[in-house]
Design a protein around this ligand. Structure first.
Ligand code: GBH
Length: 472
């Protein structure tokens, strides 16, 4: 593994950014401090039966009180960059109006600490914590406009000191898990009737890009989309048709409008389901398609789709609504799996890059892999000789190494992805954290967090990542 880190480091493009990513709701805690308002995720975690272990994110990783320690961990890691998100309800408890000073101070202090540690900032404006004060949330078009106001105010405040700005994190997951399947907040199960939320999230992205440009921010501006290559379970026509439909739903309806300026053509026979998108105002599409400085790609796994309803499981949790769909997510027995049960398929990160290059060609801006990582049931052990705590997460090292390797091979290997200007890679995540519907049952961190004492223990993967960074 050490040798592989050195070899991989030697193959990274000049100036390639290595970093880690987190999000506000998943790590901050302190949900009742500083006048913070309520987000849809606070409300959701307070409902019985929504979160696997019955937990909330009230303390999460207690990052708000321990950010100096966490930035020290980034410094010692040798990370070039840190991707974090702003908590919207901490800045605007009512989802509108002037930004609260106590909220701004949280991020000013974080940025000061990052500057002091020589770590570049990649800020995400929205990583799922919509204020509940906004009526209708993302079903309401007005939320997109309110989000634009937030973006402008943050652009004015921090425009001279943030390296890269991402608008929305994974509009696909918010739409599908949050509004169609009910696995994530706000817990709506509208299936195809969730698509207006997709349009409003994308409009919010576009309005936010315009706002950041109007605020004249110095840093680059982009979006973060999750992309999962979709494979039919068999070559039979129904499986192929539904795989195409799922590729549209999960990938293309979120990236086509941003980079091509129009929604994709629905597959034959499914057109009415997509009316909310295909009949959208062309003026909205012009806003959604603002030119970007970068495209953030989150990659975790491919998706295998089979025709026919097939139970209620989704990768992120159980959904009774899922069972109502005429297709299902098929198991993939030939791959090893993470602690979450997700298939480990690094070659499909290469496929994701190829698909982006093929579909968007020269319209694809420089790409950062803004998230990639795996959960395993990591345990802290004590060294026999001196009792030093350690976490032997060799499987995470292999996951990260094989995925970064697959990405580098894809962009240097002469295939479609060779046209991509790949600028960096962020491991998800710096810390073990609140993993949405799975609560604290899935650990993605390079650093172990004890959720009673909040002690941080760097895992073996942290040391491996440091070796990678310093071997360049
Ligand atoms: C990311 O979500 C998040 O950005 C991050 O906050 C999170 O902690 C991390 O990954 C780990 O989960 O096939 O329709 O059922 C990406 C995780 C998992 C999102 C699979 C889409 C499948 C949707 N993805 N999920 S579906």
């Amino acid at each position: 593994r050490r040798e592989f880190a050195r070899d991989l480091a030697g193959r990274l493009p000049e100036g390639f950014v290595l970093g880690t990513a987190t999000s506000a709701f998943q790590i901050e805690g302190a949900t009742h401090e500083g006048g913070r308002g309520e987000s849809v995720w606070d409300a959701f975690t307070n409902q019985r039966g929504r979160i696997l272990d019955g937990s909330t994110a009230d303390r999460a990783a207690d990052h708000l009180h321990r950010y100096t320690e966490d930035v020290e961990l980034l410094r010692d890691l040798g990370a070039d960059a840190y991707r974090f998100s702003f908590s919207w309800p901490r800045l605007q408890p009512e989802g509108k109006g002037a930004l609260r000073q106590e909220g701004l101070d949280v991020y000013r202090r974080l940025l000061d600490a990052l500057d002091g540690a020589g770590v570049q900032s990649f800020a995400t404006l929205f990583h799922w914590d919509t204020p509940t004060a906004l009526p209708g949330g993302w079903f309401n078009r007005d939320t997109a406009l309110r989000f634009g106001d937030l973006a402008f105010a943050l652009g004015e405040e921090f425009g001279d000191r943030i390296g890269h700005w991402a608008t929305v994190n994974e509009p696909a997951t918010v739409t599908l898990q949050g509004h169609a399947l009910g696995v994530h907040a706000p817990g709506a199960t509208r299936l195809f009737d969730a698509l207006p939320a997709a349009h409003h999230l994308l409009l919010g992205h576009g309005v936010a890009v315009q706002a950041l440009r109007a605020a004249d921010v110095r840093g680059g501006v982009g979006i973060v989309n999750v992309h999962s290559p979709v494979v039919p379970a068999t070559a039979d026509e129904p499986d192929v048709v539904f795989a195409g439909l799922f590729d549209l739903l999960h990938n293309r309806i979120f990236t086509d409008p941003v980079l091509l300026g129009h929604y994709p053509e629905p597959p034959e026979g499914f057109a009415p389901l997509f009316d909310a998108l295909t009949e959208a105002d062309p003026a909205d599409l012009a806003i959604i398609a603002q030119p970007l400085d970068f495209f953030g790609l989150n990659y975790y796994m491919p998706t295998r789709i089979a025709a026919g309803s097939g139970g209620s499981s989704t990768p992120d949790g159980e959904s009774p609504a899922m069972a109502k769909l005429p297709f299902h997510l098929a198991p993939w027995p030939e791959f090893d799996r993470t602690g979450f049960g997700w298939p480990i398929a690094p070659e499909f990160l290469g496929t994701a890059l190829d698909e982006l290059a093929e579909r968007y060609g020269s319209l694809l801006p420089p790409v950062y892999i803004t998230e990639n990582g795996a959960s395993f049931p990591d345990l802290v052990e004590l060294a026999e000789d001196d009792g030093t705590p350690f976490v032997a997460d060799g499987r995470r090292i292999d996951y990260l190494a094989e995925h970064l390797d697959a990405a580098i091979r894809a962009v240097t290997g002469g295939g479609a992805a060779s046209a991509i200007d790949l600028r960096g890679y962020f491991a998800w995540s710096l810390l073990d954290n609140f993993e949405w519907a799975a609560g604290y049952t899935q650990r993605f961190g390079l650093v172990h967090v004890d959720f009673d004492e909040f002690t941080r223990t760097p895992k073996d993967s942290y040391r491996w990542f440091r070796l990678l960074a310093e071997s360049r």
